[in-house]
Design a protein around this ligand. Structure first.
Ligand code: G3H
Length: 549
């Protein structure tokens, strides 16, 4: 493609409002999405009559001949601290110190509510997908994937809980003590998901928290607020009042009533380590707060001297640029052995320049506009800083931008003196550094504040074996000849240092949001008879042997 074509296409990327295809718009014919001021409190979907904040799309549009600007797509409720406190009170009431209907409910009944929710949720797919495209600029394909993956996660969670419950149905006997061990809820839980997966990552904590019998306050992310609106009625129909409460507004205002309350038992937060630290410090009794955190990461990709460069490039492109690099698991710094660096960078630059870019609904598109304000400017600053230090932008169009759109850039050679060597860019910039001895890379990993994942590309069993042995004690997943990623969701997803606290996978999440409780009784004739009577007369939800199939 001649360079002028790419330049012209970037310049003319954004459509006139009347050119937006109705089949991809959240409000065909223009206008605002009308459910942004809804929230869920104590089982009721309410319309907020107070202040609202404009929600703009990273997709810019222009009216007739005017300049393009981020399209205003709706207005979101900005709840007050008083309203957020009411949501917290509703969750506290519904939990009722473990005596509430929800935490006392049999596992089978809770599963039934979650199944019902999943069925209702499926009916919102197209509405949610269109909102994801508009609110966070995710491609239609990836938005659909996010939705479907979330529904699948809910169904897998149900199956995992059935397994857990089958195990818990058995009595055990050790040293004369008869016991039944189950997992009990923790209490009121605050869930806060991130903007890059507003649906999926929020639900990967919200759903296990709910199904284990906790009650929940969910604060919607910075961007990706409207896409939850279609689900509020599903929650209200599927769960008893107060079990799920969904609030939105200024973070400090709406989160404080929950986090500063002694009733808050668990915090599930996906975001920055800085905010996680602020939140944790606000809890009056930190030792009572269980934290499940997904935080910062700067996963390295390590290209060894004997790597298959074609394969490494393919995985580094998707690893670094899927959803424009806005993934916590993205490859954010590549280390290439000096002997292969020129070859690798040339192939990487060529592959990046072939990526289809455009608007989220366009067929096959991979690179789209970015939702964070001033993100193009920030990424341009990173490039300028790297250039000042002697790096070059190696792909032809790298760094070209138009408002919210930033063309991916390959920067090389990147050194520790440059900002992009250290900062989590969370966007379409690929820093490539050179190494001579793999220990230089391992030292980087050891000294970095992050410890989520790494990718290693190579084929020599001896080298891979020894590199893995070091990395395995520094990060939580080493991907061999593959990009970093979270899935499949049945595998453990976690990190060390400032990257995570707690482990999420379908089954680990059930553990995170519960604690083991047991009944124990000396194995006497009288106690055996007592247990049998409890089981026979079904006088307890905890002591029972009903299996769920
Ligand atoms: O942003 C962090 C996500 O958990 C990454 O998930 O690897 O499936 O994109 P992913």
């Amino acid at each position: 493609m001649p360079s002028t074509d790419v330049r012209a296409r970037i310049k003319n990327l954004f459509p006139k409002i009347f050119e937006v295809p109705g089949t991809h718009d959240f409000a065909p014919g223009g206008g605002l999405y009308e459910k942004g001021d809804l929230y869920l409190l104590d089982g009721e979907v309410k319309r907020w009559a107070g202040a609202t904040a404009p929600v703009t799309s990273p997709v810019c549009v222009s009216e007739k001949d005017g300049p393009a600007a981020p399209r205003l797509i709706g207005r979101a409720a900005t709840l007050t601290a008083e309203e957020a406190a009411r949501a917290m009170q509703a969750a506290v009431r519904a939990y009722d110190r473990g005596r509430g209907k929800w935490p006392q409910m049999k596992v089978a009944e809770r599963i039934h509510c979650v199944e019902h929710f999943a069925e209702l949720m499926e009916g919102t797919r197209e509405e949610v997908v269109r909102l994801l495209m508009w609110e966070i600029g995710k491609t239609r394909k990836d938005s659909e994937k996010e939705f479907d993956r979330t529904v699948e996660y809910i169904r897998d969670t149900i199956e995992a809980l059935k397994d857990v419950d089958r195990q818990a149905g058995r009595f055990s006997m050790h040293s004369g003590i008869l016991a039944q061990i189950r997992r009990s809820p923790l209490g009121v839980t605050l869930c806060m998901g991130p903007y890059n997966y507003p649906l999926n990552e929020t639900f990967t904590t919200l759903v296990p928290a709910l199904i284990m019998g906790n009650t929940v306050i969910c604060k919607l992310p910075r961007f990706g607020v409207l896409c939850s609106a279609p689900l509020l009625r599903c929650f209200a129909s599927a769960f008893p009042a107060g079990v799920v409460n969904i609030v939105n507004g200024d973070g400090a205002t709406v989160v404080t009533p929950a986090i500063a309350s002694e009733h808050l038992a668990a915090l599930a937060f996906i975001g920055s380590a800085k905010v996680a630290n602020i939140l944790k410090r606000q809890h009056p009794m930190p030792n009572r707060l269980r934290c499940i955190l997904g935080l910062n990461a700067k996963n390295p990709g390590i290209v060894l001297p004997d790597a298959d460069v074609g394969l490494a490039v393919e995985h580094c492109v998707t690893g670094a640029l899927s959803y424009n690099g806005q993934r916590c698991t993205a490859l954010k710094l590549l280390f290439v052995h000096r002997s292969r660096a020129e070859e690798f960078v040339a192939a990487l630059a060529e592959a990046v320049d072939k990526l289809p870019f455009g608007l989220p609904w366009e067929e096959g598109v991979k690179i789209t506009p970015l939702p964070e304000p001033n993100k193009s400017e920030y990424l341009a600053e990173l490039l300028a800083d790297a250039k000042k230090g002697g790096a070059k932008v190696c792909n032809k169009y790298g760094g070209l931008s138009n408002l919210t759109f930033f063309y991916p850039a390959v920067a090389y050679p990147v050194t520790p003196k440059m900002r992009m060597y250290h900062e989590e860019q969370f966007g379409p910039v690929i820093p490539v550094a050179v190494y001579d001895d793999v220990n230089e890379v391992l030292d980087y990993v050891t000294l970095a504040p992050f410890g989520q994942q790494a990718s290693v590309f190579g084929n020599d069993p001896k080298t891979i074996g020894s590199v893995v042995d070091v990395l395995a004690n520094e990060v939580s997943r080493v991907n061999i000849n593959a990009q970093c990623q979270r899935g499949p969701d049945v595998y453990p997803f976690t990190g060390r240092k400032d990257s995570a606290e707690g482990t999420l996978s379908v089954s680990d999440a059930l553990r995170c949001f519960s604690i083991r409780s047991m009944i124990a009784a000396p194995n006497s004739e009288a106690n055996t008879e007592l247990m049998q009577e409890i089981l026979l007369r079904r006088t307890s939800n905890f002591i029972n042997t009903d299996y769920i199939f």
